[in-house]
Design a protein around this ligand. Structure first.
Ligand SMILES: *Cc1c(COP(=O)(O)O)cnc(C)c1O
Length: 347
């Protein structure tokens, strides 16, 4: 924190608060880390999605296929880009979208696919791209994850990140980025984040005011070198859950073949999640149900609800996030598993 405070004071003295050299430097460093040609800093992960969708060519009236088992913003951004979200189911093991789950929803109006890297797992983006449509990765939960060696964020036509304080790569407020290796998509995203203007004088389209602040970029530059170490510790905690026997009490998360999961959240499945949550809570362990109301069942999405999504609905009833983070010690993991055993003991 001292290092961050000192750096913030320097940037505050510098006086350039929005975009500027700190943001450009972070954009270069983040793109290099991911292995993309470009990163474009924006105000938050939701704006990143809206802008990325428009930058890959989504227009008013288009359809965009996206999962319902995700944070609401994955779909909200589609509506804000002027398009129509078409909700698809997810793979019953990995809980990510796959060609099998997306295909039934493709029409001649489909213009893009949003592939959410749920909970830090990675969706099979190369397989999805074979469907012949632009794929936008929602990598908000997957900073640092990999698939067959390549980073999440470098797999699709464009990808989006959130630096909200709870994410794997956090800043001290709101922040986000779009990443891509297309010069055209990057240029369009840079224009859209600044009122649809490339030269700050001529406005070629209606855009947004959504930029990354210099102060946040300075923090992100300090924290990016920590990301791999933090993710290693998250993976070690996930391994500790398995080794301590958590699988006796719930179904453990399943990683996509070839992926390096970064466990933004450690989410298990239980036939009786409330009972498990109560047993944990009795032992002072906080667990949270995830996406109990999946996006296609949210009131604001009723116009787009579509057909049945059985895997999503079943997951929404059973998912429970256990404690997870870079600071979580093996002993804490073991005490969570001991507490979970209590859910089984006779009342
Ligand atoms: C956090 C999150 C977002 C939105 O990010 P914000 O920075 O909060 O706008 C989008 N999609 C997913 C999957 C997220 O987890």
């Amino acid at each position: 924190m001292d290092r961050i405070a000192a750096r913030l004071a320097e940037v505050a003295r510098d006086g350039r608060y929005i975009l500027g050299p700190e943001v450009s430097a972070f954009e270069r460093e983040f793109a290099a880390y991911l292995g993309t040609d470009h990163a474009v800093g924006v105000g938050n992960g939701t704006d990143a999605l809206t802008i990325a969708l428009r930058a890959v060519g989504v227009q008013a009236g288009d359809e965009v296929v996206c999962p319902s088992l995700t944070f609401y913003a994955s779909a909200e951004s589609i509506v804000n880009a002027g398009a129509r979200p078409v909700f698809c189911d997810v793979d019953p093991d990995t809980l990510c979208v796959t060609p099998d789950s997306v295909c039934p929803h493709l029409t001649d109006r489909t213009r893009a696919i949003v592939a959410v890297h749920l909970f830090g797992n990675v969706a099979p983006v190369a397989d999805l791209r074979e469907l012949g449509l632009p794929v936008v990765e929602d990598a908000a939960q997957a900073a640092g994850a990999r698939l067959h060696g390549a980073r999440a964020g470098a797999l699709g036509d464009a990808a989006t990140f959130s630096f909200f304080p709870s994410k794997n790569l956090p800043c001290l407020g709101d922040g986000g980025a779009i990443t891509t290796s297309s010069d055209e998509v990057a240029e369009r995203a840079r224009s859209l984040r600044f009122h649809g203007s490339s030269d700050k004088k001529t406005h070629t389209e209606v855009g947004y005011n959504s930029r990354l602040d210099s102060l946040q970029a300075a923090v992100l530059r300090l924290l990016l070198p920590e990301l791999d170490g933090w993710n290693r510790r998250r993976r070690a905690a996930a391994l500790a859950y398995a080794e301590a026997g958590m699988a006796e009490f719930a179904q453990l998360p399943v990683t996509t073949t070839g992926a390096e999961h970064v466990y933004h959240l450690y989410v298990v499945r239980s036939a009786e999640p409330d009972r498990l949550q109560e047993a944990l809570s009795g032992a002072g362990v906080q667990a949270r149900g995830y996406y109990r109301t999946p996006v296609h069942r949210q009131p604001a999405m009723s116009a787009f609800a579509g057909g049945e999504l059985p895997v999503t609905d079943a997951a929404a009833r059973t998912l429970l996030a256990l404690p997870m983070g870079p600071e979580l010690a093996d002993e804490q993991v073991e005490s969570v598993v001991v507490a979970a055993a209590g859910a089984r003991a006779p009342a």
